[in-house]
Ligand binder design. Structure first.
Ligand code: COA
Length: 157
């Protein structure tokens, strides 16, 4: 099992999984733009015996990171592969000294919410009607300090 950078040839298989698992899937063009045009974007695939069974994505801008994708193919869900993808992303953003990593998740997506909670992401806001179909999102954040998890505490008035 390996996690490696996604390339253009991977898009066909990734898009099959994308259509299978998301209500509002990314288009081929969106994946392509992330790979060739967006200099802040990084996409990865999880491969088992040369078969793509998951993928992940993150934007890194200066010392801030935003997770754009964590996806496991339907038939492989519930087997610990989400753990592998999120741990890989956390290690990558830590290694480039990000101060925090954030994400949005559908309020109905209990699996993903639990996955992020397991890795000490904190729910910090509800974004009303964040998705095209009108569903709200939870905004979640995980802070780092000196390469370690850091509990951000507001101490102002
Ligand atoms: C969310 C997703 C990435 C999780 O990956 P997975 O391989 O199924 O999850 P794992 O088997 O690695 O489980 C990791 C953790 O996720 C949570 N989780 C997984 N399945 C769950 C379920 N059926 N119910 C509740 N929580 C669940 C748990 O916290 C679990 O940790 P635990 O096993 O120690 O309890 C995967 O289900 C997926 O691709 N879903 C569709 C796409 C998606 O919604 N992505 C997130 C967008 S924000």
């Amino acid at each position: 099992m390996i996690v490696r950078e996604m390339n253009i040839d991977d898009i066909k298989k990734v898009k099959e999984i994308e259509d299978q698992v998301y209500k509002v899937p990314w288009t081929n063009t969106m994946f392509l733009n992330e790979i060739i045009s967006n200099k802040f974007a990084y996409l990865f695939v999880l491969e088992n015996n040369n078969e793509i069974i998951g993928y992940s994505g993150v934007w890194i801008v200066a010392d801030t990171a935003t997770i754009t994708k964590v996806t496991v193919s339907k038939e492989y869900q519930g087997k610990g592969l989400g753990d592998i993808l999120i741990e890989d992303l956390i290690n990558r953003v830590k290694s480039v000294k990000c101060a925090y990593v954030s994400l949005e998740v559908r309020v109905s997506n209990t699996k993903a919410f639990n996955l992020y909670k397991k890795y000490a992401f904190k729910q910090v806001a509800v974004r009303k009607k964040y998705y095209n179909d009108g569903e709200d999102a939870y905004a979640m954040v995980k802070y780092f300090k000196d390469g370690e998890d850091y509990e951000e505490t507001y101490i102002g008035n």
